[in-house]
Design a protein around this ligand. Structure first.
Ligand SMILES: Cc1cc2nc3c(=O)[nH]c(=O)nc-3n(C[C@H](O)[C@H](O)[C@H](O)COP(=O)(O)O)c2cc1C
Length: 214
């Protein structure tokens, strides 16, 4: 089985990236073939609302006709058996690159019927990893969980089951004396050492599960 991971963080080797790589490691432990694609390496634009993908009896019904850095990625996803996304939370939602990617990924597949149907060729399992500065309770207060549930719903309609994983209170900088960021650097460094490894274990298991269930 082939699992594709889409990374929506500009920081390779940091929180989101580490979790995605660990999830793929879990998938490989069950024999999956894996690939990670970094959105920040690609040049692409958001959905132009041209409606070619919605043109009844059109040659490109259900397909995005825009030609740019995402074209090849969307083709690869057509042939994937599992899809995993990862993004940091930026101002209460996924990163801009991830938001733009989701427009291009989802709009062609989800129909306007009630209830919506999917034009994706088969049902596949998906996962979405989110990393953020805040803790669980603050995430709910800020309504970020509503955004996460919405993504979960859209991915479920387009592809099938979607599992979300949130990693809270992440390490933002190596040296908290150097930058004016969250003041509780020491607590975050401690959390990185003690709690983050547990998140890595959990996503490894999610990867293994997605690989065996798909
Ligand atoms: C532009 C920007 C906006 C951010 N907005 C939020 C936010 O609204 N809520 C939050 O909890 N964290 C926010 N953060 C923190 C990141 O979500 C957090 O540090 C994340 O784990 C970074 O992921 P990375 O290490 O993979 O880059 C923001 C960071 C940046 C750079």
């Amino acid at each position: 089985m082939k699992m594709i991971a889409i990374s929506g963080t500009p920081r390779k080797g940091w929180n989101t990236s580490m979790l995605l790589h660990k999830l793929l490691e879990g998938a490989r432990s069950k024999g999956a073939e894996t690939e990670i694609i970094n959105l920040y390496d690609l040049d692409y634009k958001g959905c132009k609302s041209c409606f070619v993908c919605k043109t009844i009896d059109g040659k490109s019904y259900g397909k995005c006709i825009m030609k740019d850095g995402l074209t090849r990625v969307l083709e690869k996803i057509q042939n994937a058996d599992a899809l995993v996304l990862g993004s940091p939370i930026y101002f209460g939602r996924v990163s801009g690159q991830m938001a733009v990617f989701l427009e291009r990924l989802l709009f062609p597949y989800i129909t306007y019927e009630t209830p919506s149907k999917s034009l994706f060729p088969k049902m596949i399992n998906t996962g979405f990893i989110y990393t953020m500065n805040v803790a669980d309770e603050q995430m709910r207060e800020a309504g970020i969980d509503t955004h996460i549930h919405f993504n979960e719903k859209m991915l479920s309609i387009a592809f099938g089951k979607c599992e979300s994983f949130m990693s809270f209170y992440t390490l933002q900088a190596d040296d908290y004396n150097k930058f004016l960021v969250a003041a509780d650097g020491e607590t975050r460094i401690k959390r990185r050492k003690e709690e983050f490894p547990k998140d890595l274990d959990k996503v490894f298991e999610i990867g293994a599960k997605l690989a065996t269930e798909s």
